[in-house]
Write a protein that binds this ligand. Structure first.
Ligand SMILES: N[C@@H](CCC(=O)N[C@@H](CS)C(=O)NCC(=O)O)C(=O)O
Length: 217
């Protein structure tokens, strides 16, 4: 029987993990559709025409719609599932503020650093690695400071801002090159709170696709 929500995803995609985590923690009726990203599925003209013109995962199918951009999908799901959403206009703006920061910096630099460090087909130039690691660490410092006085990113309860920022932090240290428990205690304690949510699972337990050993680290 077909499920209500279909998530096009693959196990290495933290951007897809954000959506998978939301669906799982909200106990939604969902299934995954494996995207063979490593073999170039998202770069084909057919995939771009039929699934997402931006050539990116995640894509969520629901009620005849195809949605992309994890931030948009999380907002859509918060409305439809009535979970992890904002409860006032001020909260809505705070959630959006942190999700934009996440998409531009926190997720983006961590994801790029992990990718070139562990999965890119060519050996990364050391200076490129240093640059992205530095940018990721600058974003971590902002978030670690914020979490010193806040249990969650917004509103003292988990929202889609937390789910968005959780996209890449749970991938193994051997892939990301970061061990938050050793370097960012407030992020580590926040990760404990997120991983205690009912329905929480590791990325590799939530999405399809083979686990690949890191190539370069
Ligand atoms: N801002 C997008 C980023 C999505 C994204 O970069 N997805 C990666 C996989 S994790 C992808 O499909 N990249 C393909 C490409 O950049 O060519 C989101 O949050 O959904």
């Amino acid at each position: 029987m077909s499920r209500e929500y279909k998530l096009h995803c693959f196990a290495q995609s933290g951007n897809a993990y954000k959506v998978a985590l939301m669906l799982s923690c909200a106990d939604a009726d969902w299934e995954s559709v494996f995207v063979d990203y490593m073999s170039g599925a998202t770069r084909t003209a057919e995939w771009r025409q039929d699934v997402n013109e931006m050539g990116e995962v995640p894509v969520l199918e629901h009620a005849g719609k195809k949605l992309s951009q994890s931030g948009v999908i999380l907002h859509y799901l918060a409305d439809h599932l009535e979970k992890f959403g904002a409860k006032s206009d001020d909260e809505k703006h705070e959630v959006l503020r942190w999700m934009l920061f996440d998409n531009h910096k926190f997720t983006s630099y961590l994801a790029t650093y992990r990718w070139i460090r562990s999965f890119a087909s060519t050996q990364p130039h050391p200076e490129v690695l240093v640059f992205f690691r530095g940018r990721a660490e600058a974003a971590f410092a902002v978030v670690d400071r914020h979490l010193a006085d806040n249990k969650f990113i917004v509103a003292n309860r988990p929202t889609i801002a937390d789910i968005s920022m959780a996209g890449y932090v749970f991938y193994p240290t051997e892939e990301t090159g970061f061990d938050f428990s050793a370097t960012h205690p407030n992020i580590a304690r926040w990760m404990d709170r997120i991983s205690s949510l009912p329905g929480w699972k590791q990325p590799y337990d939530l999405m399809p696709g083979e686990r690949i050993p890191p190539r370069h680290s």
